[in-house]
Design a protein around this ligand. Structure first.
Ligand SMILES: *[C@@H]1O[C@H](CO)[C@@H](O)[C@H](O)[C@H]1NC(C)=O
Ligand SMILES: *[C@@H]1O[C@H](CO)[C@@H](O)[C@H](O)[C@H]1NC(C)=O
Ligand SMILES: *[C@@H]1O[C@H](CO)[C@@H](O)[C@H](O)[C@H]1NC(C)=O
Length: 364
């Protein structure tokens, strides 16, 4: 006994079985097997309860969802092809789903631009399937959820040092700063159109006009915003922004790494003067007036929750591609989906599935 060769097995049923039972009776082997089984069982249990190591795409399929979930990989799908046509969003707070208003934003972009790839970058390790966001977004075949591990996303890029040194983590604006940085990094990796998650899209985004542009945030045209912009892959302005983000970081500056930085670059490199959009002497970047995406100013955000009189609606939609809804200020305000609030009128038209699946009287 104790000899275990292929030949023994080949001896056939009876003798083979005898050997197997003999081995099982062998204490050492038995212990090892028992321990392995126990470990496997515990691992299985851990996977089941925490979802660790779960493949989100497979899991979503098991739940019957047809949403595309991609794991970001260097040189992978999100950066190949014509990424200049993509419309992308970043959720950087680490939450594992999108709120209804954010879902509405993504839905409105997808609904009005069915021929363009829509990418929603999420930094959470696992997704939350209990809220309705994926159920809504799966109805738009060009929407992809892209899971990014920020550490590997920043790795081997000029912004790696900024990310890993981590001074930003202690900033009271850490989420904002990560968001400012990561959107430029995504542009560096492949270009495209970035939008904040609180800008409702009202119509098809003109691919000629909205190519290589910045937007003035206000009527006074003092600052250019980073809440919505487009730059094609390899545009010199992307490199310019990256260099500044590497060079100057101030954890106490709320605006510096976004609007201030862009305005500063445009002033130095293209001669843009405050309030004078025509002073731009760079022919490869366009500056657009605020109303294209911010018909209501930050200070006027309450208008979005007021009555949608015909005049108001005309003011909001006249010539605009989108409406910035200023979630920073407006998130506590109730958005009643069946009311005549400007915001809810827009939501019913441009994100009907979010409104339908939301199953609540207001969108949070
Ligand atoms: C968008 O989806 C359609 C299918 O509905 C597909 O044929 C097309 O290739 C997609 N386009 C992009 C740019 O993702
Ligand atoms: C554009 O403006 C910048 C900054 O004022 C200046 O350095 C540059 O020479 C100007 N370029 C042209 C072509 O006028
Ligand atoms: C719409 O915009 C056009 C051009 O900017 C302007 O002439 C017109 O008065 C606007 N209409 C309303 C209702 O705001």
């Amino acid at each position: 006994m104790g000899r275990w060769t292929f030949n023994n097995l080949a001896l056939g049923s009876v003798e083979g079985l005898a050997y197997l039972s003999c081995i099982w009776r062998h204490r050492k082997v038995k212990n090892i097997l028992t321990v392995s089984l126990l470990v496997a069982f515990l691992y299985f249990l851990l996977m089941l309860t925490t979802g660790a190591g779960r493949d989100e795409q497979i899991y979503a399929r098991e739940l019957g969802l047809k949403i595309r979930i991609i794991k970001w990989l260097p040189g992978g799908e999100t950066e190949r092809g014509d990424s200049n046509r993509r419309i992308f969003f970043h959720e950087t707070s680490g939450r594992s789903d999108l709120g209804l208003r954010q879902t509405c934003t993504v839905e409105s972009a997808a609904k009005n631009n069915p021929g363009r790839p829509i990418q929603v970058f999420m930094t959470a390790e696992r997704l939350d399937y209990s809220s309705p966001w994926l159920e809504v977004l799966q109805n738009y075949p060009n929407v992809s959820i892209v899971l990014v591990d920020p550490r590997s996303y920043f790795a081997e890029t000029p912004l790696d040092g900024w990310y890993t040194e981590g001074e930003w983590r202690k900033s009271m604006y850490s989420v904002v700063h990560l968001s400012d940085y990561i959107r430029v990094l995504t542009l560096l990796k492949g270009g495209g159109m970035y939008m904040d998650l609180d800008i409702i899209t009202l119509k098809s985004l003109d691919e000629k006009l909205l190519r290589n542009f910045f937007l003035f945030e206000t009527e006074e045209m003092k600052l250019l915003t980073n809440s919505v912009l487009h730059l094609e892959r390899g545009h010199w302005l992307i490199e310019e922004m990256i260099q500044r983000l590497v060079k100057y970081y101030d954890p106490n500056e709320y605006m510096w790494h976004g609007p201030s930085m862009i305005s500063n670059i445009m002033s130095r490199k293209c001669g843009v003067k405050r309030g004078q959009p025509n002073s731009n002497n760079c022919t490869d970047v366009r500056l657009l007036p605020h109303y294209k995406f911010a018909p209501i100013s930050n200070n006027g955000w309450e208008i979005l929750f007021g009555d949608a009189t015909p005049d108001r609606l005309a003011q909001v939609t006249n010539g605009s591609y989108g409406v910035h809804c200023w979630s920073g200020k407006s998130k506590e305000e109730q958005l009643k989906v069946h009311s005549n609030q400007v915001y809810s009128v827009l939501a019913r038209e441009h994100c009907p599935l979010t409104v339908a699946f939301g199953a609540a009287d207001f969108l949070a």
